[in-house]
Ligand binder design. Sequence first.
Ligand SMILES: [Zn+2]
Length: 855
Amino acid sequence: MPGMNLTKQEAAERFATVSHARYAIDLDFSGSGRTFRSDTTVEFDATPGASTFIEAAWADIDVIELNGEALDPALHTDGRIPLEDLQEHNTLRVAGDFGYRNDGQGIHRFVDPADGEVYLYSQFAANDTRAAFACFDQPDIKGEFTFTVTVPEHWVVVSNSPTPEPEALEEGLARWAFGPTVPIPSYGAAVVAGPYAYHEGLLHGADGDIPARVYGRPSLEQHFDGDRVLEDTQAGLELYESVFQTPYPYEKYDQIYVPQYNLGAMENIGCVTISEDRLLFRGRPTAAELEFRTVVVLHELAHMWFGNLVTMKWWDDLWLNESFAEFIGTWAAAEVSEWKDAWVTFAADRKSVAYVQDQLPTTHAIVTEVPDTEATVSAFDMITYAKGASALKQLAQFVGEDAFFGGVASYLQRYHHGNATLAEFLAEVESAAERRLDGWAEVWLETPGVTTLRPIIATDDAGALTRLAVAEDVPVEHPVHRPHGVEIAGYELSEGTFERSWTVSATLDGPLTEVPEAVGHARPALLLVNDRDLTYAKLHLDELSLANLEAHIAHVDDAMAQATVLDALWHMTRDGSLAAQRYIDAVLSVAPRLLNSATAESHLALMVIALRRYLAPEHVAEITEAAAERLWLAVGEAEPGSDIQLQLLKGYAQVASTTEQGLRLRALVEGTAEIAGLDIDSDLTWDLLGGLAAAGGIDLEEVDHYASLDVSAAGQRRAAGVRAAIATPEAKQAAWDALVRPADGPAINAVQFQMAAGLARAVDPALLAPLVDDLLGSLREYYDANAGFVGVRVARLVLPVNLVGRVDGLAGRLEQWLADNDDAPSVLRKVVVEGLDHVRRAQIAQTTSRMAAAS
Ligand SMILES: [Zn+2]
């Protein structure tokens, strides 16, 4: 449907025609059916005589009135209503029945399986505001939104404007009439409605107090952790108001845990939605999870300035929102929260993923072409977030933090409540820094690809460095050098422990940069050319460093150094230059001593990928079993109650493969065995059951039994994942059938994610071989019924790339799929193109693994 996909060109033409939109939106959520009533009057200015259109999607429109004249509702086709012969000032009314969604977009309707209560929330980004009411759904036609919402009287309603007192209506209903917003982008409007509970709070801003509540479902109220969320928010608010030199720009700040959410959170103006599934913890969270919530809280708060107060003009400047929020959120966490290691977490997790994505054939520049709204789904990736944040970190270092934040402050002041572009942002930083940045922007922001930093070392007879240079190897597809501000450090082994013995700062620029300051130092046991992880580049370790590291990795005792070396080994494995078994061994050796929770979580998860994809298949069973044994020992030796103990047990559940290993999980779940310091709470129970299923130790009937003991939404969702993880071809087929051939329309987003992840999970990837024909044959059919975020995420999960080396010609079959589906949606083709690249990479890595095992 071409009308559903707004192009950049169409948006530019409409921007030239339409301005000053003021919406009065009346939503009626009082019914029990699959639709709600939406009645919108929008006043807007236009070029007299011009024509344009307005969007309304997932809707049955029955009223269209333009400037007092009734138009034929049949004009509404493909999500658009044409508007012709406009006047200077126009009044348009559009009313109809709009559909509730269960894919986490538009107005998502959640029904609590425990008590049947309904909870609604909006998710309008990138362009689903049109799925709730008629609007000009593009970021640069900012509007003033006035919501009136009718709901059952026991509900509450939260939106962008301060929450009013409800007005009681007849028949057990109530109406909530909100005041108008200031100009905001359509994707930042929001409505949340249902019998939500809240934790009352107040923030103290530069211009006075700001009402701030933390909402969520009442059955989870004891887990809101509202005081801590508000503490993080207050700390961020003070920091941002100070460095941005701009007071918080809105009247209140609510944060709402919402169920079945696709993202971590969304920065709706004054009405932030946060994933209940990921960030509201029923059981004991890991430190990595708690830290992630803090960073998310700070990230979304930063968006109130970046993205909301000043908005990108079009989605190709999404980085102006996301790279900024990512950079500032991480920086703020390190500055003002308890998570002083936030940059370590960033390096171990999101930045490492950015390196992966940046080497795919589908990679893009941080500032990327987004030709239409369909392509925005792909723009929300770790290149936009984490590479962009890394580039901004380099920019702040390049021009100095004072100049950087000075430029940021004047940018926010100049484009207050407006829109801006990359050039406009850079102009402000340039004038604050008094230097040109176009060269910097070109290589960092406008060119894709990750480069590799490689040390070149010469020593004299006494072992002192006579030369240190750093080569920057560029990928052939994107042969561009970038300036890198780095710290280079030499570590010595002192009583078995690596200690940093010297550090030099350098600016690397070009194919080869000499570092004369290092000459004269003893050749270190371990040389890191991106110590403290200041820049964005892959690291190549020299042979001596690699040998020392592998022999003594357990004795790297700096959190950032641990993350840096593990990341280097991981990427060497992916590149086929290090056998997967060596990376796996390194992870297992250092895991019990990891100082940062996210480093543990990331590398225990990446180790699973290495086991199933990069190891030569003939060695998988033996090495997987041994890995699980080492983890089990480590769990037993870990300090009771420590975070690493919990991470190691979760890691064990991911790799347990034999009957005996499964029985240990069963004993913990059934309470016939205990581990001191570990309480097997409901979420951990599901983690362990997932491991038991993958190890072949549980059947469907028993999963149903556990599901009956946990009738919460989380329990039902997790049960779906465990059923799909059962290690039989029948269970895998049933999971795919439930995704692609559902009896009653597509399953709920959150359940689909669990089913897809469970389906893909197999300690022996060959288990999926019988499904490969059906998976590839019906992938398109699946996507057509689940287009957008959910479809992309599920397609990525189920694409059977781990079958590489287990079925003949997997790469050829993916190539054939691409040839047969050249008219498929671009985002689905992208998933398969990337899968093909993963397969080819894995073929090389498996060869490396095989040769190392033979030698
Ligand atoms: Zn964001």
